[in-house]
Ligand binder design. Sequence first.
Ligand SMILES: [Zn+2]
Length: 274
Amino acid sequence: MTNDHSFRVVAVSTTASAREVLARQNAEGLVAKALAELVTGVVLMRETMAPDLRVQGLIRGAGGKGTLVGDSFADGGIRGLAQVRTDPKLFSLGKGSVLQMMRSLLNGGVQQGIVDVGEAGGIGEAITVYLGESEQLVAVARIGSRFSESGLLTCGGFVVQLLPEAERGTHAIMTQRLEDFPSIDEFLEKPDFSAQLLLDELLYGMPYTELARSELRFHCRCDETLVLSALASLNRDDIQSMIDDGEGLDIHCDYCGKDYLIAVERLRALLESS
Ligand SMILES: [Zn+2]
């Protein structure tokens, strides 16, 4: 936050965690780019709105060709999902593609909003619209990613938020700076790209105080207890018929690719305990 309380800036480098998300999803091409930027977007959203709560973002590609999910948790864990059943080359963030943001509220509710990504012109731009329309924040978000033949090179982004106390002079400087700010790709191309690099450029010449710094990592939330509790919500007849089949269950986590083998004895125990 600038020392005069005019602006708050959140900057992230998501390269390593986004790379892992893409690897788990076997994502390629435009799907990979959109997914890397989506998980970056949910991290920025969480850090801006509610660092201690979960934020999820869902993108439906233009023409209904595929769905992407980004999931960001308070402990810095990130995961993502790419469900593109058609040719990935047909996936597009053009006209008709939408971003749906959902964040948990302290009272247990969910705040959400939908933005047309094609109209906004990108994922960062769509988040800017969401922050303005659904969260009533005067803010600018930018997100970018760079790829080589072999995959993701760098990925990151930022949110600059104008605070109610902003002084007119500082406001004018920052508005001009954001207008003239080079494309985020220029920063992503630097060999020493980092969140700090973005902060230094955005807040150049403005005294500021670092309020927080946190680590990000790929982390899936699935575990056997969660799988069993999901199974427990099935009705008794369905569980009984799995037991009668005698082969147990093989459950696959779409986020991380882990397989859970649930033996028949576990299913039987589930029936007895319920
Ligand atoms: Zn998992």
